[in-house]
Design a binder for this molecule. Structure first.
Ligand SMILES: [Zn+2]
Length: 263
């Protein structure tokens, strides 16, 4: 651990938060080897993405509850309520625009995929605030939090790519969407760093918001889609349960390890 760490500056905050956003694109790379687009593959991909989102949701909620504020629990709860309303509103907006197109996708597929991207992007706002606040704490702590987030972004980029690529989106394009979904991180890190007093109180609300949105999209979009595709492939839900559990455990293990390292 560096004792006489360089002071946190606007430039440093911007550098680390931008780097953090860019690593999200790395998550798409494993899919370069993805060839066959079968219902079975789509089922497994969506299920793995759901497992990762659920684990991310758990750790976002825990992070919010651990914020050193007397009413952190209430703030997380308010954020979760707002997150739920946000998803309901976004979904109803997308459903009213049935002709919606996204990347090379149309109709129901475009709506579902867009909802996932919107949720991933929205939850990045809270993470950006987290980066800014942590740099204000100690510059070294900010570097740890950014590094942890940069690694956490890789499986999240994978979750985005797991939904896009099996539907025919090129890997490079999927990587680009993954990076875009993390752009709010540098965008929010800077104001949060400069106005930490105001943002510090908003952080648990943002984390609650992000946790609820992620959990909702996993349970009500990714998992039903996964089961539907699995039924087409005449596979069983038990197989999906294995994939879900594996992805959840793997992502949670990564997050726990990163959390330990950042303390
Ligand atoms: Zn995240």
């Amino acid at each position: 651990m560096a004792s006489a760490a360089a002071p946190a500056t606007v430039g440093r905050v911007l550098f680390y938060s931008t780097l953090t956003a860019l690593t999200t694109g790395l998550g798409a790379l494993p899919l370069l080897s993805c060839r066959a687009v079968t219902p079975r593959n789509i089922a497994f991909s969506n299920c793995a993405a759901a497992g990762m989102c659920l684990a991310a949701s758990v750790s976002l909620a825990l992070e919010g509850l651990c914020t050193p504020l007397p009413d952190a629990r209430l703030r997380v709860l308010v954020g979760a309520g707002l997150g739920y309303l946000f998803i309901v509103a976004t979904r109803s907006f997308l459903q009213r625009h049935e002709d919606i197109k996204f990347s090379s996708l149309q109709g129901a597929n475009a709506q579902k995929t867009l909802l996932l991207i919107v949720v991933m992007t929205a939850h990045s706002f809270a993470e950006g605030v987290g980066i800014g606040v942590s740099f204000n704490d100690r510059a070294q702590f900010g570097v740890y939090v950014s590094t942890a987030l940069a690694i956490h972004n890789i499986p999240e980029g994978l979750a985005v790519a797991l939904v896009l690529v099996p539907q025919g989106t090129p890997v490079v394009k999927a990587a680009l969407w993954a990076v875009i979904s993390s752009l709010p991180q540098p965008l929010m890190a800077l104001p949060a760093f400069l106005f930490v007093r105001q943002f510090g109180g908003v952080l648990p609300v943002g984390l609650g918001f992000a946790a609820a949105a992620m959990a909702h999209v996993a349970c009500f979009e990714l998992l039903p889609e996964s089961r539907e595709e699995m039924a087409k492939a005449k596979g069983s839900d038990v197989e999906l349960l294995g994939v879900l559990g594996g992805a959840f455990a793997a992502m949670l293990a990564v997050q726990m390890a990163l959390h330990e390292a950042s303390e």
